[in-house]
Unconditional design. Sequence first.
Lengths: 97, 196
Amino acid sequence: MFKELNPLLHSELRLGIMSILISVEEADFVYIREKTGATAGNISVQIDKLSEAGYIEVSKGFLGKRTRTVCKITEKGVTAFEEYVEALKSYLDIKSK
Amino acid sequence: MEEKNLNEKASLELISQMITNSRRKLEDGNGIPFLIWGYTTFCISLAVFFFINATGDYHYHILWFLIPVIGSIGMFISKRSKVKHSGHVMNFIERVIGNIWMVIGIAGFIVSVGAFFVRIPILSIVLLLMGIGTALTGLTIKFKPVIISGFIGMASCVVPFALKGNEQILAFGIIYLIMMVVPGHILNYKGRKKHV
């Protein structure tokens, strides 16, 4: 039986951001941009969506004169990510049988 | 990377790739803290040795307190430049190592201040503390040169007892060079090699 894939996570960039944040305690905007290779505008939009869903926590601070955005995955985000991976497994299990 | 839907296989590949990329190890140019503290301590040791030898004035021991000042400024500049270029990321290993050095640093500072009031073998105590910190860091990042140099540092805490007078200060600086600077350069070299 296929489990439903969370549409919020089933997008390349949002999944990329969540995969980074699940493996570290926190990462800033520059780091996420470097690892995903996406544009700043696009990342900003996706971070807002993940934050609105309560999957990540965003805090803004300063590094010298520049603003710095630091992202951290939440418990809700970890659960959603785990459920997404479980759902993916159900697809791949059935296909490989 | 864009905002587009993926198939299931591509999703799993992406997750795996991002997790692997984010597992940034301490080898990636992170020999720098060892170099900052190692070279600073070595140079200050030479300065203290030189001035006390030349003048016989033991007030020059106050120069030791330049180590935390210069080291902290160096660490601040190095971290700032790293964050500017490749962004800030904190993982469990980096937090553990940060905490180890915070505790060791505070302990080192307390005994150094105490040494001005009570006669204690301060150079040996500092070597033991820094050796413990280096060995713990090496074990945490699983990097043999750092583990070995940490244990060399710990064992070297007996050296100042075997020497007399200002020679202890010179030996302290040289041991620091072996304990911090050598593994620092090896870490940086490994990091550079990985990115070639």
